[in-house]
Every structure is written in C-alpha cells, then in structure tokens.
Design a binder for this molecule. Sequence first.
Ligand code: NDP
Ligand code: 8X3
Length: 258
Amino acid sequence: MSLKGKIVFITGASSGIGAATALAFAAQGARLLLAARRAGKLAEVASQALKRGAPAVFSIDLDVRHYRAVQDAIDSLPEEWAPIDILVNNAGLSRGFEKLYTGKVEDWDEMIDTNVKGLLYVSRAVVPGMVVRGRGHVINLGSTAGEVTYPGGAVYCGSKAAERAINDGLRQDLLGTAVRVTSVDPGMVETNFSLVRFHGDEERAAKVYKGLTPLTPEDVADAVVWAASRPAHVNIARVSMTSIHQANSLLFHREPQS
Ligand code: NDP
Ligand code: 8X3
C-alpha cells in the first residue's frame, strides 16, 4: 500500500524511535503530524522530515498524560490534518531500575501515566474518526519487556504487558471495521531510553549497551513502515524483534571487554 500523502500521527516524535519513524514515513512521501513535549527537538525532526520528502509537517506540543489536552489537540486540528490515516503510539519511557518493594512511586506514576494511560487517551481521541472514515491503522510500540519480565523492571514491563493486552483488545473491538491494529515489540534499541531510565546518568546508560550490538531506531522504524505498507486487507498483529545479540528480555550475548 502506498504511503504517499497519508497523514501519519506519531507521538514521542522528538527522539529515538519516534524521530526515526517520522523520517522513514517522510521518505515514503507521507504527511506528518508530530507530537512531543520538547518543541525545539520536534522542530529539528520536522525540518529533517521535510528534507527527506514529507510534503508537509504539523507539530503539536503535547503531553500524552493529560486527557483533556490530547482530546483538545485532536479536536482543534486544521481541517486538512484531521483525517489521520496512521497513528503511531510511540511516546513512552522507563524510570528507575529498583526492586519493586523499594521503587519510587513517582517513577511508577510517570510510566503508567505515559505508557498506558497516554496510549489509551490518544487512541480514544483518534480511533473514532478512523472508524467513521472507514480506514486507519494504529501502530503501538510494545516491547520484549511486555513478553518477559526482568528484575528491576516490574513496572515498566507491566506497562508494556498492558500495551500488549490493549493492542489485542483494540484489534478485537475493531473487528468488522477497516481499521488495523499492530504492535511493534523491539528488544534493546539504542536511544535516549536508558538515559531517561537512569535520570540522566550517562555512564550507567552507556553500560546497558556495552559489548553488544543493539537495534537502531531505524531498524524499528523500518518495521513500523513495513506493517503500515501491507495491503489494506492485511493486519500484522505483532512484530517481535531483537538484535542478533539478544534472545529475550533476560538473555543477551556480550563480547568480553578488554
Ligand atoms: P526516547 O527517550 O529516545 O524517546 C521517547 C519519546 O517519548 C520522546 O520523543 C519523548 O518526547 C516522548 N515522551 C515521553 N513522555 C512523553 C509524554 N508524557 N508526552 C509526550 N511524549 C512523551 O526513547 P525510545 O525512542 O527508545 O522510546 C520510544 C518508545 O519505544 C517507548 O514507548 C519505549 O517504551 C519503546 N521501546 C523502546 C525500546 C528501547 O530499548 N529503546 C525497546 C522497546 C520499546 P518529549 O520528552 O519531548 O516529550
Ligand atoms: C525497552 C527494552 O529490555 O530495555 O522496552 O526494557 S528493555
């Protein structure tokens, strides 16, 4: 299916997988609605997307944790941007790596509010229009963390297990419509993810990727665009992907460091 001229709404487009996904859709000639909280970073991605071939980009300063703000942003889109064809629910994060019984409640709230409630809020605002228009595709960013829980990650893994259930539930609830629902579930991808998890501790974040080759944001963007460009009657339910150095959330191959 051609993506030329399609309106693609990507949350968390200011960095990492979201930014790479914006550029990958831009290269296909899609029109991009980009959302995140950091307007400066978003403007950089928007400018690159135009250079890569996006015919138009519209940026929204949006925190997906606030339902009213999400609904207002969708309701107040200019007419030419309202018929969203593809929604990529990518905004998300992990915070902290503590054992559950000593974890910080604020970290839990931020993860659940963003990864679970944010995804629900954006879907609730966008999907009804897709149903009415008789076309659409929701692509959610899940994770191998939603398949296998790892120590210190119970709440993040729980949020991605919730994504998995919500993804499947939405697909069931949309049965009989033309709207498709896909979860793209990567293992470790080198982005700002670990820096955010460790509250800006660069040394600790770098250690996560030491001795192995992680996925790149572009690898994941490639899978998102692939799922979106299947013929309209084909629904890819889930894409589970890791680098060659990872088998699941718990099992890695690391080269010895000198
Ligand atoms: P990054 O930290 O590089 O990007 C996260 C993006 O989410 C940023 O653009 C950030 O934008 C946005 N974001 C965070 N909170 C909010 C919010 N409240 N409202 C709006 N936007 C928000 O990480 P990744 O690219 O790695 O993460 C993207 C998604 O991929 C997440 O859902 C993550 O769970 C998932 N994932 C990541 C993996 C990895 O190993 N990196 C593996 C599997 C899944 P801003 O701060 O400007 O708002
Ligand atoms: C991100 C992948 O394994 O670092 O979802 O949690 S992991």
